[in-house]
Design a protein around this ligand. Structure first.
Ligand SMILES: Nc1ncnc2c1ncn2[C@@H]1O[C@H](COP(=O)(O)OP(=O)(O)OP(=O)(O)O)[C@@H](O)[C@H]1O
Ligand SMILES: [Mg+2]
Length: 211
């Protein structure tokens, strides 16, 4: 693996991203080069970004209109990029992110339908240039199956409260990106067991690290 490598985890709600990132982090903690890894999540990952995260997901007083939502996500991302991702990659670290700009294309592009995927990509380029992850683990699962995983009584965030047709469009968005980004995307069957998926991830990363 060349120095400075950016790995993202993507997929619709409850596909298992955070579960896999957590397991991956535990695996990294057993490695001698553990200090070479940086873990982040989106939205968030900076003090400002975490405040934006609360506004986006759990602020009940005045939910953002779709375009405000989009720009809040972008503000959180560009802050994270400039303050954390860019310096870490320049220092040769491996950055691992729970969501990144593919989420914006799927959720704000495909599901909210305020701008096309191409327009969202244009906005992304205005803010971050040609920056893109080196590798993306896409946890693929149909939303109706993923939703069964949500525990009864669990407090849902604003995105999770959207109906199934919204999440179907998110799924369509990820399918669109995975076809366009064949080289970057590693498609994982997210209906498999947590362990099985974890092992596939480790296998792929270890192979890359050995290169
Ligand atoms: N492979 C799996 N098989 C069965 N259940 C799973 C699997 N992966 C995760 N889960 C369960 O599904 C639920 C959602 O998982 P998780 O929070 O990791 O998803 P997520 O993709 O991070 O969701 P969100 O987009 O809402 O952040 C959790 O209860 C988790 O234990
Ligand atoms: Mg999560």
């Amino acid at each position: 693996m060349k120095k400075g490598f950016f790995i993202t985890f993507e997929g619709g709600d409850a596909c298992g991203k955070s579960t896999q990132v957590k397991l991956f982090k535990e695996y990294v903690a057993t490695r001698t080069d553990k200090d070479n890894f940086v873990f982040i999540r989106e939205p968030g990952g900076t003090i400002l970004g975490e405040k934006i995260r609360t506004l986006l997901l759990n602020f009940e007083d005045d939910s953002p209109v779709p375009k405000a939502e989009l720009f809040l996500y972008l503000a959180s991302r560009v802050q994270l990029f400039e303050k954390v991702i860019k310096p870490a990659l320049s220092a040769g670290k491996i950055v691992v992110a729970d969501r990144f700009y593919d989420s914006t294309i799927a959720y704000q592009g495909f599901a909210r339908e305020i701008f096309s995927a191409k327009e969202i990509l244009k906005l992304h380029k205005l803010l971050l240039g040609n920056f893109s992850p080196n590798l993306t683990f896409y946890l693929k699962i149909k939303p109706e199956i993923a939703f069964k995983r949500k525990k009864a009584g669990e407090k849902l965030d604003r995105m999770e409260k959207e109906d199934i047709s919204f999440h179907q469009k998110v799924y369509d968005g990820y399918e669109y990106i995975s076809k366009k980004e064949k080289k970057r995307f590693v498609v994982l069957d997210a209906t498999k067991s947590i362990e099985e998926i974890h092992n596939q991830i480790i296998l792929k990363v270890e192979k890359l690290l050995a290169e």
